[in-house]
Design a protein around this ligand. Sequence first.
Ligand code: HEM
Ligand SMILES: CC(C)=CCC/C(C)=C/CC/C(C)=C/COP(=O)(O)OP(=O)(O)O
Length: 312
Amino acid sequence: MKSAASLGQTALAAAPPADVVDLDAVGGRTSAYLSLTKPRIVLLVVITVGVGFLLGARGSAHPTTLAATLIGSALVAGGASALNMYLERARDARMRRTRRRALPSGRLAPIEAAAFGVALGVVGTLILLAGANAMAAGVALTTLILYVCVYTPLKTMTTLNTAVGAIPGALPAVIGWTAATGTLSVEAWTLFLIVFLWQFPHFLAIAWIYREDYAKGGMRMLPEFDPQGVVTGRQATLYALALVPAGLLPTVVGLAGPTYFFGALAFGLFYLTAAARFWADVNDATARRLLRASFLYLPAVLLLLVLNPLPA
Ligand code: HEM
Ligand SMILES: CC(C)=CCC/C(C)=C/CC/C(C)=C/COP(=O)(O)OP(=O)(O)O
């Protein structure tokens, strides 16, 4: 049994004096704030912005404009995610996948997440305005508003939320293009279309894997109304099928060369195969394979675009 003295020592060791900063708590709060931004999604968003910029700049990218575009977009995207988590904190607490997030687990207060999200959104937009141009800043702000104010509330109302969410999901390519060119030309919409279509198999696989979770959280996702997964599998396959020709458009509009064309065709058929296998036998394993295929398709096609651009 511990003596009163040793118990007192334990208590002293556990509670640092008020003027000593508890580094663990500081680190914990920093990583909690970081987690609000959904960093891995932001990374892929920033890569998409970067590719849009590099293609728009056609080999004469201005390094400081590029840096401002990437930093500004990362901040706006991170702010959008923080605001999404603020709005969804009660539903996130009901879902297994999300209940350990910073707000439902109580690591941050809701007001802290809301203030952080607004601050990132404002600073990111201002960086785009000052370092790139007003059009890029406007597209970024529109992206944030669509994601936070339209898509997020729609998640609890209609399964059409996915088609709406795919718009802000695909706009980052347009942000990059407009930051480099100051225009909204057909090439930008080609990039938009690729990311737009890519998201359906990506998300329908996720929606299938977490179907029970989404239902618990009151999120209206297709698999809840499609217990056999036939419609979910068919939709994933149809969007992946549409993505095969859409993926070739950059060559058609003169953005990318033949290496890109054949590479995009190969990756498109690979993604389509994964979607068709999911449709043929809808289960968690085929859904996970489709999700992994989505994580290969987009970075691969974006890389091919920057490796094989065509001069203006
Ligand atoms: C309708 C549009 C989209 C929806 C509903 C959606 C939804 C999701 C969800 C729920 C996850 C978490 C999966 C898990 O925890 O296993 C996820 C993961 C991910 N998504 Fe998407 N997504 C969409 C579009 C995008 C876009 C546009 C990008 C980037 C260009 C993206 C990049 C990622 C990445 C990198 C991950 C893995 C990161 C992680 O697990 O933290 N997604 N997506
Ligand atoms: C520049 C800028 C503003 C970019 C924003 C782009 C962005 C955040 C795209 C993500 C697209 C999307 C709908 C993700 C799913 O979120 P979800 O809320 O369904 O995911 P969750 O269920 O994990 O919260």
